[in-house]
Design a protein around this ligand. Structure first.
Ligand code: DX5
Ligand code: ZN
Length: 216
């Protein structure tokens, strides 16, 4: 199976965002990945809902919203208002992760749980049947353009085994330092969705890069 490609607009040129969204609309990417940061959960701030309202209007692809914020459950309605397909919350940001998953589903979105590089896959055992997707961070979240953490490939394999063991239907998404080289390792290990920011937006031909990532 070819992976789903979700370009991360964190690496887009924000002064010409419409142009970059247009590029994604006219590409073979399935989703648009949106990184929301609060300067508390991660040491950076990206963009918020007033900006994303316009991104959502322009996008013809489903939105994969990745919230790198504390108390993400406070924003279920705002994310829903964007028309998001997936709402990704961090395991580390939610003491009541099971409840948050239910809230996302009740709002009519697909719930996804994200784990940082330092968080083990084994912690997902009791929620793996309840999520649409697990996002494995392959860099510490907060910035684009960081170096891929190799151990993430083993985490994908471990998660694939957990999914098979439990009969879960969860998709495996990976985010951070994904390029043609690391992407190939991830797909082989069992990843279903690849997020890529700098690899796509710094490529001479971004749409070509999206095709290349799909055909790894
Ligand atoms: C990082 C974000 C990523 C980021 C990936 O915290 O979650 O989505 O945009 O960027 P690259 O692909 O450049 O590592
Ligand atoms: Zn992300």
């Amino acid at each position: 199976m070819k992976p789903i490609i979700a370009p991360s607009i964190l690496s887009a040129n924000f002064a010409y965002l419409a142009k970059d969204i247009e590029m994604i609309n006219n590409s073979e990417a399935e989703w648009i990945h949106i990184d929301i940061m609060d300067g508390v959960f991660v040491p950076n701030i990206s963009f918020g809902f007033p900006v994303l309202k316009f991104v959502a209007e322009l996008s013809e692809k489903p939105l994969d919203v990745h919230l790198m914020i504390v108390n993400p459950e406070k924003f279920v309605n705002e994310v829903k208002a964007l028309g998001a397909h997936v709402m990704n919350v961090h395991y580390e940001a939610c003491p009541h992760i099971h409840r948050v998953i239910q809230q996302i589903r009740e709002a009519g979105m697909e719930p996804a749980v994200t784990i940082n590089p330092g968080t083990p896959v084994s912690l997902l055992k009791d929620i793996i049947r309840d999520v649409y997707m697990v996002l494995i961070m392959s860099v510490n979240p907060g910035f684009g353009g960081q170096k891929f953490i190799e151990h993430s490939v083993d985490k994908v394999k471990e998660l694939r085994a957990l999914i098979e063991e439990t009969g879960s239907k969860a998709l495996i998404e990976v985010d951070g330092g994904v390029n043609k080289e690391t992407g190939a390792l991830l797909v082989e290990a069992g990843a279903d969705v690849l997020v890529a920011g700098s690899a796509i937006f710094s490529a001479p031909d971004p749409r070509r890069m999206i095709v290349d990532l799909k055909n790894l």
